[in-house]
Design a protein around this ligand. Structure first.
Ligand code: GLY
Length: 270
């Protein structure tokens, strides 16, 4: 189970997750060497994260796995929620992943969201899209291109959200190296961000201690920050900033280059 004293169901909102593929051992890898993934442990870790989100008050819908899509549980990459009413359905950067977005789009449509679909050469993975307050930062990476940024920026504008492009180096996604920490700070590693860093420098940065860099990928929900459980020193630093910390072990999923954010599309009030 999650390591938190009093998960309080204080949040209102919902999320989408997807079952882990039986073929996860054939996942895409960009920056890690391949290691065997124990599917049973990976599924248990995924379930623990789901239970934590539910304990916090979110209603989670689980989509079945998709054949021939080993990375399908990384549902975050398929769509980007913007403001109260809009979802951009991504044309993901790696062709092997395209198709995963269809079941997600159907669910988002059922929820009444206005869907904006990428066409032509536009490419983006949701992992490259970081939303803080009324700003959206889009990482230009091996998965997300300038055309993808333009689609997201155009969809964000009517929602009153200003878009900024930031160049990523040496990391899979923007959110592999920087995530939101509450409303006025970010958790991350500046060294992975090139052009556009200035837009993010307006936020107060907390840098994960050496050896805990993977923890730059965390999920803030209300006053709770969910981190991967190996990051004890970072957890202490986050608590000192007034947040509650919940820890989930996703070590088996990290072998597939996953972070916590990859595992869910979340819509919550705070
Ligand atoms: N293994 C996750 C991805 O490359 O999309």
């Amino acid at each position: 189970m999650c390591q938190m004293q009093n998960p309080c169901r204080a949040l209102r909102g919902w999320g989408i997750m997807r079952q882990i593929s039986s073929e996860l051992n054939r996942c895409l890898l960009s920056y890690r060497g391949r290691e065997p993934i124990d599917l049973e442990i990976a599924r248990a870790q995924h379930q623990t994260f789901r239970e934590l989100l539910e304990d916090l008050g979110l209603e989670i819908t689980i989509i079945p796995e998709l054949d021939n899509h080993p990375d399908c549980c990384f549902v975050e990459d398929t769509a980007v929620l913007l403001g109260s009413n809009t979802a951009v359905i991504c044309s993901m950067g790696n062709p092997a992943r395209r198709g995963e977005e269809q079941a997600v789009a159907a669910l988002l449509e059922k929820r009444g969201l206005h869907l904006v679909r990428m066409a032509g050469d536009a490419r983006a993975d949701g992992g490259d899209v970081l939303i803080i307050n009324n700003e959206v930062f889009v990482g230009l990476s091996n998965r997300t291109n300038a055309e993808g940024f333009k689609v997201i920026a155009a969809a964000a504008e009517p929602e009153g959200i200003e878009a900024h492009a930031v160049r990523i180096r040496g990391a899979l996604h923007l959110k592999s190296v920087v995530t939101r920490l509450g409303k006025s700070s970010v958790l991350g590693l500046k060294r992975h961000i090139g052009e556009g860093l200035g837009f993010l420098e307006r936020y107060d940065w907390l840098t994960p201690p050496a050896g805990e860099e993977a923890a730059a990928n965390a999920v803030t929900l209300g006053d709770t920050v969910v981190v991967s459980s190996t990051n004890r020193e970072l957890a202490r630093l986050i608590e000192r900033r007034g947040f509650k910390v919940a820890s989930v072990d996703i070590s088996e999923l990290q072998k597939a280059e996953a972070g916590l954010t990859c595992l869910a599309i979340l819509k919550s009030e705070s």
